[in-house]
Design a protein around this ligand. Structure first.
Ligand SMILES: C[S@@+](CC[C@H](N)C(=O)[O-])C[C@H]1O[C@@H](n2cnc3c(N)ncnc32)[C@H](O)[C@@H]1O
Length: 206
């Protein structure tokens, strides 16, 4: 069995919430179609499955990936090294919302704490340029975002309310051209930063 498939299967078996297969296929197809994408930032490494997949699309890509959980981080570092990608996939053990860099990314994939998506987007806006794309997963959260009756867990309902507010905000954010794919992965949005000059657009005000 291919090593990447082993990482996938082990993650599923250990209930590590790696991206759904069709979401992953969508992300990789997007990267293949957009050959200008070289530098990627990922919030939420887990065991490195999506980071490795992305880095393997083209040899000249780099992926900086952020993980808060030390055990996940250790596993991801090991997987990345076993794949021989340690020069192009940089794993960081940190809270994504605290990560500081001057690097400008072509694509920022947000797949960490669901309630913090807006915070991550604003935090990393300074690491974008016109044309940079944010991709967000889990904007559907197992359908609960649009149908709260699917859950009676208070924490889940609070979180899905935040996701719904974020999704609405994103779709109306004039800094981005956003397309939402409700049936891909767990609800994926692709938000491309527009060319802009006005203060309102720079600051995200509507
Ligand atoms: C959905 S999983 C990531 C899956 C991974 N992108 C994949 O598809 O292979 C989310 C990960 O984000 C991590 N996480 C949660 N909050 C975080 C934070 N504030 N900063 C960095 N990572 C965080 C979790 O520990 C978890 O491993």
């Amino acid at each position: 069995m291919d090593d990447l498939q082993k990482i996938h299967d082990a993650a599923r078996e250990d209930h590590v919430p790696i991206m759904k297969d069709d979401g992953m296929a969508f992300l990789l197809a997007y990267l293949k179609e957009h050959e200008n994408i070289r530098d990627i930032l990922e919030c939420g490494t887990a065991v490195g499955y999506s980071a490795i997949n992305m880095a393997e699309v083209r040899w000249d890509m780099t992926v900086d990936t952020l993980e808060i959980d030390p055990e996940m981080y250790e596993t991801a570092c090991r997987n990345v090294k076993e794949r021989g990608l340690q020069d192009r996939v940089n794993c960081y053990l940190c809270d994504a919302a605290e990560f500081q860099t001057d690097k400008i990314y072509d694509l920022i994939f947000i797949d960490a704490a669901k309630s913090q998506y807006r915070r991550y987007m604003e935090h990393f806006f300074r690491n974008t340029m016109p044309g940079t794309v944010f991709i967000f997963d889990n904007l559907n959260f197992h359908g609960i975002v649009d149908d709260p009756q699917l859950s009676d867990n208070r924490g889940t309902l609070q979180m899905t309310r935040k996701i719904r507010n974020f999704r609405e905000h994103l779709l109306n954010d004039s800094r981005f051209e956003t397309v939402y794919y409700p049936d891909t992965g767990d609800g994926v949005a692709v938000a491309k930063r527009k060319k802009s000059s006005s203060f309102e657009e720079q600051s995200g005000k509507q």
